[in-house]
Design a protein around this ligand. Structure first.
Ligand code: ADP
Ligand code: MG
Ligand code: ZN
Length: 471
């Protein structure tokens, strides 16, 4: 089934948990490790007679994100109650921003294409329900945790572009230190709306909303599934129902969850317990000045300052922490290119294999700098450097200590080296003969024998030079 007769139209709603110390409207700690129902108080439990107060840190983080996403900040915005019933929502409503959001009319450029951002607003999270067999449990620790919701215009035209948008957005929020954006932990949730439109039509088609996409892979697969499903319906002259679909990553299918509520069903009304949220120009200016380098600026800096290729700079700036690690190592060991090569190959391989971030990487920047210095100063071979690196990962020992204890330091003892070369030559007369008859390729074999006998303690280039001269 092709969908070439139809244009894909996607709009995204993203919820990102803000990295605040406390919740949105009370002083309970935001903690993801605390035992269930230990970070709660009468306010976030919605007991009668309590009053919410706005968390200033959450407001400032949301402004930071809005500025980085080129939004216009509304100097006055308001909160509203969005009502629905669910066991993890003890108040019976969620405090969100509805008619007057914190920020509007932004955009993000993704691979040269502009994705417009309709609005960015503050709201509180609900609790978390868990269903175990016949039992249902609820944890209210997440109740009232601050979120920003970022809503795009329907400007996304393919699953791939949707994934790229999420990657770029996540990267920016990571650089801003606004959210850790961990999708698997649910700190960054995305709900795409999808519709198809016959090429040439001007009106949008009926859309569906996809939920439960908790990885980029699920986003891509879920969108592909849904585009295919709608294509088949439309091609058979059937209609698409406006509904919310739930993605099942095991069966790789999306099924109906509940028919999409009309917004009236939420009975939105202004939150009577909170005043208008006033933002001042000077507050915005102050936050503007505190904005860190954004990913594309950091990449440009690495290319210019250290002459890295765009491809290497791209990998290194993937996260702010990795870029920081790189620059810390470069500060201690002035070999930016060697370090870039190591980080994008050896280090990245470990991070991927163990599925850890650079913050959890066991080798500190100082330890890593020492290893690269040994290599760059030709005190160890690159083969030895790789072996030492592996030992460093688990032992916590320094590169030098490992090089010494494993006899991996290149020795400049030419007397010994020459003796071993003599030995190899006298033990392999036929091979030496072949070399003299013009078979140059056997040289590598002889070099290999010398390396073996010297246990890699000499520089292979030096061995090659000496052997050539001797032969
Ligand atoms: P709701 O009130 O149901 O959340 P919104 O109007 O806020 O709906 O839109 C939610 C998201 O759906 C936005 O990202 C928007 O761009 C997107 N959207 C709206 N109409 C369509 C459509 N026909 N096809 C795809 N996405 C759409
Ligand atoms: Mg919405
Ligand atoms: Zn609380």
């Amino acid at each position: 089934m092709t969908n070439s007769n139809y244009q894909v139209i996607i709009g995204m709603e993203i919820h990102a948990q803000l990295k605040t110390k406390t919740k949105m409207f009370c002083r309970c700690a935001v903690s993801f490790k605390a035992s269930p129902n230990s970070c709660v108080c009468p306010i976030c439990l919605g007991l009668p007679g309590t009053l919410p107060t706005v968390n200033e840190q959450a407001v400032n983080l949301a402004i930071k994100a809005a500025l980085a996403l080129n939004c216009q900040i509304n100097l006055q915005s308001t909160f509203a109650r969005k009502h629905y019933f669910y066991p993890d929502l003890p108040k019976g409503y969620q405090i969100t921003q509805y008619k007057e959001p914190l920020a509007i009319n932004g955009y993000l450029i993704v691979d040269g294409q502009k994705i417009r951002i309709r609005r960015l607003h503050l709201e509180e999270d609900s609790g978390k329900s868990m269903h175990l067999g016949n039992e249902s449990l609820v944890d209210f620790n997440r109740c009232g945790v601050p979120l920003i919701e970022i809503v795009t215009e329907p400007d996304i035209t393919s699953p791939l572009q949707a994934v790229r948008y999420l990657q770029e957005l996540r990267q920016i929020l990571n650089y801003l230190d606004v959210s850790d954006c961990d999708m698997e932990k649910g700190h960054f949730r995305c709900e795409p709306n999808i519709s198809l439109r016959k090429i040439g039509e001007t009106q949008f088609g009926v859309r569906t909303e996809l939920k439960n996409l908790n990885s980029l892979r699920n986003v891509r697969e879920g969108l592909e599934f849904e585009i295919n499903r709608q294509t088949q319906l439309l091609a058979a002259n059937q209609t698409v129902n406006q509904e919310t679909l739930y993605w099942d990553e095991h069966t790789k299918q999306a099924g109906p969850m509940r028919s999409k509520e009309e917004s009236e069903d939420y009975r939105y009304f202004p939150e009577p317990d909170l005043p208008v949220l006033i933002i001042t120009e000077s507050q915005i200016e102050k936050i503007k000045h505190s904005l860190p380098m954004l990913p594309h600026e950091r990449k440009k800096k690495l290319i210019e300052q250290y002459h890295l290729t765009p491809a290497l700079a791209e990998i290194i700036t993937e996260s702010k922490e990795l870029a920081d690690y790189y620059e810390q190592v470069v500060k201690l060991c002035n070999h930016p290119k060697i370090i870039a090569n190591w980080i994008t190959t050896e280090v990245k391989a470990v991070l991927n294999e163990k599925n850890i971030s650079i913050q959890e990487f066991p080798i500190t920047s100082a330890q890593f700098a020492e290893l690269i210095n040994l290599l760059a100063d030709e005190k160890i071979t690159s083969k030895a450097a790789k072996d030492i690196f592996q030992i460093m990962l688990t032992s916590g020992k320094s590169a030098l200590a490992i090089a010494q204890s494993q006899n991996l330091l290149i020795v400049k003892d030419y007397e010994t080296l020459n003796q071993i070369i003599e030995q190899v030559i006298s033990e392999n007369p036929e091979i030496v003969d072949k070399y003299h008859k013009g078979k140059n390729t056997v040289l590598g074999f002889l070099v290999g024998l010398v390396i073996k006998k010297t246990q890699g303690r000499f520089n292979p280039q030096e061995i090659t030079q000496l052997l050539k001269r001797r032969l």
